[in-house]
Ligand binder design. Sequence first.
Ligand SMILES: [Zn+2]
Length: 415
Amino acid sequence: MYTHKFKTSAAVFTLMLALGACSPQTDEVSAPPASTPQTIHENTLVLDSHVDLELELIAEDMDPWTSGESRVDLVKMKSGGMDGAFLIVFSPQGDDTEDAIAKAAGIAETRYLAIKRLTEKHSNEIELALSADDARRIHKTGKRIAFIGLENAFPLGHSVDDVAMWAERGVRYMGITHVGHNQFGDSSNPSYSKGEKQSQYGGLSPLGKDLIAAMNEAGIMVDVSHAGKQTTLQAVALSKVPVIASHSGARGVADNVRNLDDEQLHALAKAGGVLQIVAYGPYLKDLTPEQEAFKAKVREEMGLLDDMAFLSMDSATEDAYDDKMETANKMSPAANVSDLVDHIDYVVKTVGVDYVGISSDFDGGGKIEGWMDASETMNVTNELVKRGYSPEDIGKIWGGNLLRVLEATQAYAHK
Ligand SMILES: [Zn+2]
C-alpha cells in the first residue's frame, strides 16, 4: 500500500519536472524543486542501524547478498535509497561453558568474515565505514556504507580482552546480552525454560561493568537492546559517553519487555543517547489476547516453546511457523510503517527529536507492512513527511543522531 502510494506521487512529480522543462518560464531563474518525500529521501543519509545476515546464506565462501533471497542486498538498497547499514555479527548464546562460548565465537567469526568478503568483493559499490566522517565521505561517492555491529558479547568469554580486537576489525557498537542472562548481565528476556529467574545480577555483572569501560576505551558504542531494565540503567550511568539501543521500541506504545520504558528512555536521552526504533511487529504492536493464545498453541505444536529453539529455527521451520501464524495475523491488522512512526512520534514527544532513529532488523526477523525489505525504505521517509517532520529532523532520525553518538564515543576513546 505504501509503495503504491509513493510510486504514484513520485511519478507525478517526475511528470511535473518534465512539463516544467518544456515551459518557457524555466529560462528565468528556476525555483528549487519542491521538497517531495523523494527529494528529501535522496538528500538524506539513510542509515539502518540493524541488519542481520542469515547463516545459511553465508556458508563457506558465499557472498551473502548474491542469492537475492535476503531482505537487504546492494540492488535492494539502491532501489530503496538505503545508503548504509550496520551489518550485524550476531551469535546466539548457550550455557556458560567453554564449548558453548567457542561455538558462539565460531558463529561470530563466520558472520564477520562474510561482511569482510562482501565489502572486499564489491568494493566499488560498498565500503566499510569506521567513523561518522567515513560514512559521510562514502555517501558522497555514491557507494553504500557498511558499518559493523556486534550483537551479544557472549562469545567474548570470561574476559573483555577481545573488545579491542573487535574494535580493530571495525565493530562500532556491541550489545551486552541476548535472550537469557549471560556473563555480562541480565537480559530483558530471561531464559525461563532453562530455569533462569527474572534477575541474576540485579543488572550488570562485575565483568559487565568492565565491558562498559572496555567499550568506552575502544571507541565502541554501548548497545542496550536485549539488556534488562537495570542493566540498561546501569550501563547508561556507568558509560562515559552516550549509549544506544540499536533495535528496540518504546514501551509507552507497545508493552513488550524488549522495549524501553519511560524511565529508561529519559535516562538514555538525558545522557545524549539514541533509541533506534525497530521494524519488528511484535515490538511495535501488542498482540491481542486471542493472538497470544493462538501463538502459544502453535509454538507448542511445533516444539518451539523453548526460547532458544524459537529464536534459532531454520528458514524452513520459520516458513512453516509463518504459515501457521497467518490465522493469528488475520485476527488483527499486521504492524505497518505507520505503527513504526507512532513509536518515533512517541520518543519525539517524550524526550525530543535528537534521541530517536530507525532500524529494520531485516534478515533477523524484522519486516512490517510497507517496509518488507530494503527496496521499500522510502516508504518510511514518506510517512515521516506525512507526519510533518522537516528535512532536518528526518536527517537526524535517519542516522544523524546515531552518528552524533558514534562521534562522541570515538572522541572519548581518542583522548
Ligand atoms: Zn536482536
